[in-house]
Design a binder for this molecule. Structure first.
Ligand code: COA
Length: 249
C-alpha cells in the first residue's frame, strides 16, 4: 500500500491514512487502496479502526479530498461519486468501524469519519466542512450523515456557515463519544474494539445492518434478523453459559 499503513489481527484491522506531508488528503490512490481494504473486510469481516498519520509538527486525521486532483475533476467525475461511493461502502462494512481522529478532520476527512460507527478523538481535533469556500458542496455524506448525527441546525452551521467544531464541542454534541490524549488514542480505539470483539460477531453484524435499514423495513427486518440469531449456535452457547453460571453460584 502506498497511502495506507495497515495492521491486521484476527478480529480487527487498523488502517492508518499515510500521506502526512499532504495532511492525509484523499487522492485516487488512497481511494483505490481503501476499496481494496473493503474487499478484504467484506470477505473476512473484522472491526476496522481508521486513523491518520500526523506530520511531526501537525496532527491530522485527514484534510479532505486532494484539492490538487479535485481542481481537475469534471461533471462526470462528480457523477461517479468517487468519495461518496467509497464512504458508503465503508459505512456498510459488516463489522463496526471506529474513526480515531487526532487533529484536522476536514472536508472529505470529516465525511469519512461521519461514515464510521464510532468517532473518538483527541482534544486537539477539529471537524469542519469548508467545501463551499472552495466553490463545491460536501457531497460525500455530510449533507445527510452529519444532519442525522448532530441535527440540522448544527449541520447547517458547518455546511453553510463554515463553523469548525473543536473537540469539546464535538463531544458535547455526541459527534465524538470519547476524548483521549494523542498518545492514548489508538489504545482507546483498541479498547473499544476489544469491547465489540467480546460480543457475538454475527449478532453485532446483524444489529448494524438492522440499525441502518430504512424505517419502513422495521420491525420486520428486526424480527427476521432475530430469527436467524435464534437458530445460531452462539445464542445457545452464550445463554446456557449465563444460566449455568447462575446455577453454580
Ligand atoms: N488537498 C491537497 N493537498 C493538501 C490538502 C488537501 N485537502 N490539505 C493540505 N494539503 C497539502 C498542502 O497543499 C501542503 O502541500 P505542500 O507542502 O506541497 O505545499 C501540505 O499539505 C501541508 O499543508 P499546509 O496547508 O501547509 O499545512 P497546515 O498544517 O498549515 O494546515 C490544514 C493544515 C489542514 C488546515 C490546511 O492544509 C488546509 O486547510 N487544507 C485544506 C482543507 C480543505 O479545504 N479540505 C476540504 C477539501 S474538499
Amino acid at each position: 500500500m502506498k497511502t495506507l499503513k495497515v495492521q491486521v489481527s484476527e478480529d480487527r484491522v487498523h488502517v492508518q491514512l499515510n500521506r502526512p506531508d499532504a495532511r492525509n488528503a484523499i487522492d485516487d490512490v488512497m481511494v483505490a487502496e481503501l476499496h481494496a481494504m473493503c474487499v478484504d473486510l467484506e470477505q473476512d469481516p473484522r472491526i476496522l479502526i481508521l486513523s491518520g498519520s500526523s506530520a511531526p509538527d501537525r496532527a491530522v486525521f485527514a484534510a479532505g479530498a486532494d484539492i490538487g486532483r479535485l481542481v481537475e475533476r469534471t461533471r462526470d467525475d462528480a457523477l461517479r461519486g468517487i468519495n461518496s461511493q467509497l464512504f458508503t461502502r465503508i459505512a456498510g462494512l459488516p463489522m463496526p468501524v471506529i474513526a480515531a481522529m487526532d487533529g484536522y478532520a476536514l472536508g472529505g476527512g470529516a465525511e469519512l469519519a461521519f461514515a464510521a460507527d464510532f468517532r473518538i478523538a483527541t482534544p486537539r481535533t477539529t471537524i469542519g466542512n469548508p467545501e463551499t469556500g472552495l466553490g463545491i458542496l460536501a457531497a460525500a455524506g455530510a449533507t445527510w450523515r452529519l444532519v442525522e448525527l448532530v441535527g440540522e441546525p448544527i449541520a447547517k452551521e458547518l455546511l453553510l456557515a463554515g463553523r469548525v467544531l473543536d473537540a469539546a464541542e464535538a463531544l458535547a454534541l455526541h459527534l465524538v463519544t470519547e476524548l483521549h490524549e494523542p498518545d492514548q488514542l489508538i489504545d482507546a480505539a483498541n479498547s473499544l474494539a476489544d469491547r465489540i470483539a467480546r460480543l457475538d460477531p454475527l449478532a453485532t453484524r446483524l444489529t448494524k445492518k438492522v440499525i441502518h435499514a430504512p424505517r419502513g423495513a422495521h420491525p420486520f427486518i428486526d424480527e427476521l434478523a432475530q430469527s436467524v440469531l435464534f437458530e445460531a449456535p452462539a445464542k445457545q452457547d452464550r445463554m446456557r453459559a449465563f444460566l449455568d453460571k447462575k446455577k453454580g453460584a
